[in-house]
Design a protein around this ligand. Structure first.
Ligand SMILES: [Zn+2]
Length: 220
């Protein structure tokens, strides 16, 4: 028998998404990996990782790596993204809004794993706007081209990826871990989209055990 490398291990080995790689997670497919990676720049996980958007140096390093990886994942040319202090502030606000909206959507989703309603899906993009261009290709297909510069371009890239994911009905698979002390963003590959932990071993088992002990104490 030939030993085979598990798919997820291969994906992690190939994953240069800087923020997501800190949590040893499979990246979301295609451009959606950028959405996940932006969410994972927050100070998250157990033990806590630093916030990559905390200062201009680490944010610039993250942005450069992220657009390069976005380019590799989508097969499109890597745009030049230069962040200034004002742009970094905007990017941080956008990231935190997006995180809040995703968490609001997850809390609105019933435990049964039912798909989120239309209003919850719309909440993903909130009231944030960004420029983008629709382009008709020679083969008749229409492409959504992100536009802008600096942080504006990053927001456009993220919203375009979310829009394409909505069309493919996979945007709702981007989730944050249910453990409030963790909040790591993961891509739910479960068949019925019922995953709630970024890692069952790291966050699911300990949280369930704590809840079980609390119920036992109450029963006593
Ligand atoms: Zn977690």
């Amino acid at each position: 028998m030939t030993p085979s490398i598990p798919d997820h291990a291969a994906a992690v080995a190939m994953s240069p998404w800087l923020a997501t790689a800190r949590y040893h997670l499979d990246p979301a497919p295609g451009g959606l990996g950028l959405v996940q990676d932006l969410l994972n720049t927050i100070s998250a996980g157990v033990p806590r990782q630093p916030d990559l958007l905390n200062d201009l140096d680490s944010a610039a390093e993250w942005a450069q790596q992220a657009v390069a990886q976005w380019s590799a994942a989508t097969g499109r040319p890597a745009p030049d993204v230069t962040l200034d202090p004002a742009g970094l502030r905007e990017l941080r606000i956008f990231r935190d809004e997006l995180l809040d909206e995703i968490e609001a959507r997850l809390h609105a989703t019933p435990e049964s794993g039912q798909p989120a309603t239309g209003t919850a899906t719309q909440a993903l993009t909130g009231s944030r706007t960004a420029g983008a261009t629709l382009r008709l290709d020679e083969d008749g297909s229409v492409q959504l081209e992100p536009a802008g510069a600096g942080a504006e371009l990053l927001v456009s890239l993220v919203l375009a990826a979310l829009f394409e994911a909505q069309l493919a009905d996979v945007a709702r698979r981007i989730k944050t871990c249910r453990n409030p002390r963790c909040r790591v963003a993961f891509y739910d590959r479960s068949r019925n989209n019922s995953g709630v932990w970024h890692s069952v071993r790291v966050c699911g088992h300990p949280t369930n055990l704590r809840a079980h002990r609390a119920r036992q104490r109450q029963a006593d």
